[in-house]
Design a protein around this ligand. Structure first.
Ligand SMILES: [Fe+2]
Length: 134
């Protein structure tokens, strides 16, 4: 399984777009780790890596929002918080079940779907706001 970056996901804000591409990269590494058969520990390592990157990326977006008085800051931040909680829940499930095959399906349902939706709606709304401010 692979998640492919497409131009229609671009927000036009370079900083955000390059971080989103990096996120895609890390998700693909997570898929690879799941398929590698090298075990749960490797999947956990990549998952922690992804988790850290998500935290960095969200805080970067939130700073841009605060700086530009983005009106939907609170709602957008809430989406980020929910997603971070989702990721830590996934980590716990993985620790408990140690089954990286069903984990692939969960990554796809929870991480990939959420991210695509979030970029297409919420992040594009943010980029529109940032462009209007400039
Ligand atoms: Fe966002």
């Amino acid at each position: 399984m692979t998640i492919v970056w497409k131009d229609n996901l671009a927000t036009g804000i370079n900083e955000i777009d390059s971080q989103h591409k990096e996120l895609f990269d890390r998700i693909n590494k997570l898929f690879q780790a799941c398929h590698s058969g090298r075990g749960t520990q490797e999947v956990m390592n990549v998952m922690s890596f992804l988790e850290n990157y998500v935290i960095e990326h969200f805080s970067c977006e939130e700073k841009l929002q605060l700086k530009s008085n983005f009106p939907n800051y609170t709602a957008h931040k809430k989406q980020h918080e929910d997603f971070k909680a989702e990721i830590s829940k996934l980590k716990q499930q993985l620790e408990a079940s140690a089954d990286s095959t069903t984990f692939v399906i969960k990554i796809n349902n929870l991480i990939v779907n959420w991210l695509l939706n979030h970029i297409k709606k919420s992040d594009k709304e943010l980029s529109q706001h940032l462009k209007e401010k400039v």
